[in-house]
Design a protein around this ligand. Structure first.
Ligand code: SF4
Ligand code: SF4
Length: 105
């Protein structure tokens, strides 16, 4: 159940006003869809970012893990999610190795 109205044709979206930049959703995402970006306007200096929406497999791990109800996943009936690929797994690994920050930033 999401607290925000679902945007159209979007697999995963965030409520930046709730995000505490804890990294948990990035750590649990198997497909390298999420990462943290630098954001000097926030208390922790980071903000959640959806970097590869097309790779989202709709596993819901991010939404279930977020302690602040700041990330939401589309209903499987309303969005056709991707399959988990080796490329996506590799990106998730690289993001983790990059302290959960956006790659190349
Ligand atoms: S639903 Fe799964 S694949 Fe999609 S962003 Fe969340 S954790 Fe990643
Ligand atoms: S788990 Fe929630 S609060 Fe933590 S970084 Fe992700 S969206 Fe932000």
């Amino acid at each position: 159940m999401s607290l925000m109205k679902a945007p159209e044709n979007t697999p995963v979206w965030t409520d930046e006003s709730r995000c505490k930049a804890c990294d948990i959703c990035v750590a649990v995402c198997p497909a390298g869809v999420l990462a943290m970006r630098y954001d000097p306007h926030t208390i922790l200096g980071q903000m959640i970012t959806v970097v590869e929406p097309d790779a989202c497999i709709g596993c819901n791990e991010c939404e279930l893990s977020c302690p602040d109800f700041a990330i939401f996943v589309a209903d499987k009936k309303e969005y056709k999610f991707a399959k988990l690929t080796e490329q996506a797994k590799e990106r998730a690994k690289k993001i983790a190795e990059n302290n959960y920050m956006v790659l190349g930033a």
